[in-house]
Ligand binder design. Sequence first.
Ligand code: IMP
Ligand code: MG
Length: 168
Amino acid sequence: MKVLVKNEEILEICKGIGEELTKKLKGKTPLVVGVLKGACPFLCELVKYIDLPLEIDYVQISSYVGTRSSGNINIKKDLDIDIDGRDVVIVEDVIDTGITLNNLKKLLETRNPNSLIFVSLLDKPSKREVEFKADYIGKEIDDYFVVGFGIDVNEKYRNLKDICIYKE
Ligand code: IMP
Ligand code: MG
């Protein structure tokens, strides 16, 4: 498969975003939340560069059945940690239609966090169906279906070190 983002570039992205978050959240104890499963490798690399006493948690959201834009998401695994008053950094692998993070944002806002920051390794702005703008994006890409560095097709290829354009 053709490599779209090399591992070296991904690590540079993690360093850059991690350092920016360190400055932005100085003096805070952020809760870094990974969206399972795809964001795991990105989160693990990113937190190495966030020089703060942070905590880590995970949320898992099931894929939409039928009514994609209904405004509802199905939480398969909820957070273990209460976000009331917390500075929460949501870490996602790739934003496509925007539906997942748009809905997750609405849900988390009802839980009274002090702040919500959205970070995504990749963004496909041309695919947006609902309005969503992340605070930090690693790289904008065209309308490719990608795999690797956590990103899967039917649970496969998450272990590729680079992000590749999927080809059967
Ligand atoms: P959205 O709700 O359409 O923004 O979709 C976001 C989710 O769709 C991501 O968390 C991924 O799980 C999945 N996804 C979007 N684009 C890709 C891709 O190119 N490869 C694999 N999964 C993708
Ligand atoms: Mg995902």
